[in-house]
Design a binder for this molecule. Structure first.
Ligand SMILES: [Zn+2]
Length: 266
């Protein structure tokens, strides 16, 4: 869906950071929210910095486990660190998934602590809300225990470590992802009809996120099911056969697979 042209911005820790063309839509979308264009620009820049740091959290922990990181891409829906290889053990995957929200949490607390009122300089309000609160929202939203959010990966890792096979754990997390996508879509539609729904924000934005979560949750399951050899006959609507205790399999993702972090607009 979001595969389009992207440009290389800079390289950090040996990881190229790129921007996707779809980011232009996000820039336009965010424009006019603050009292001046300069504040709009600052808020947008702070969001991009926050997402890059979140992705670096995933990437650097991944590197510590020997993963190769192909790139970090900024896009309409958030950011994605593309891993060429993923850690083999569930607990390693869990730490990689936790690292992004952990970075956002720290940045959020730092922002709120450093830029809290009383307002003493002009851009402080932007730093407080767009950076401080923005990072806390980024953290909280990505901890929702459903694919494609980090929380979905954490949930799968825990399920796989203690309770079930990788395929079945992915199926559970992907089902929850679809369920949450449907709830978001219902919330967005209710708002279109003028009913105020908490946590939904703008309907357009939420419908986009709901669609994206739905598709990604499905893809994640298909990918893992294929790797584990259930690709042929298994429809995604039936749970995979339970082959007992978790087996630490081959690297969970094929080359070029992408993890995406969803940016939640407030
Ligand atoms: Zn993340």
């Amino acid at each position: 869906m979001f595969k389009s042209s992207s440009w290389h911005l800079f390289t950090v820790f040996g990881i190229p950071v790129k921007v996707d063309a779809s980011l232009i839509i996000l820039a336009i979308w965010m424009f006019g929210r603050w009292e001046s264009p300069a504040y709009d620009l600052l808020a947008f820049a702070l969001l991009l910095v926050s997402i890059v740091l979140h992705e670096l959290g995933h990437s650097l922990v991944g590197k510590a486990f020997g993963c190769r990181i192909r790139s970090i891409t900024l896009m309409l829906i958030g950011g994605a660190a593309t891993f060429e290889t993923m850690p083999r053990k569930p607990w390693q995957e869990m730490l990689v998934a936790l690292a992004g929200p952990a970075v956002s949490l720290l940045l959020g607390f730092a922002g709120i602590f450093l830029f809290a009122p009383p307002w003493s300089f002009p851009a402080q309000v932007v730093l407080f809300f767009a950076f401080g609160w923005g990072n806390l929202v980024l953290c909280a939203f990505n901890l929702i225990p459903a694919f494609p959010m980090d929380g979905g990966r954490i949930l799968r890792a825990v399920l796989q470590q203690f309770f079930m096979s990788r395929t079945k754990a992915t199926w559970v997390a992907s089902r929850i992802g679809r369920g949450i996508a449907v709830l978001f879509a219902i919330g967005a539609v209710l708002q279109l009809f003028g009913i105020r729904v908490p946590f939904v924000g703008s309907s357009f934005n939420m419908l986009l996120i709901a669609y994206f979560i739905f598709v990604s949750a499905e893809n994640e399951y298909r990918l893992v099911a294929m790797e584990q050899g259930f690709g042929g006959g298994l429809s995604s609507d039936e749970p995979p056969p339970d082959e007992g205790k978790a087996v630490i399999g081959p690297p969970p993702y094929g080359r070029g697979s992408t993890r995406v972090d969803v940016y939640r607009d407030e």
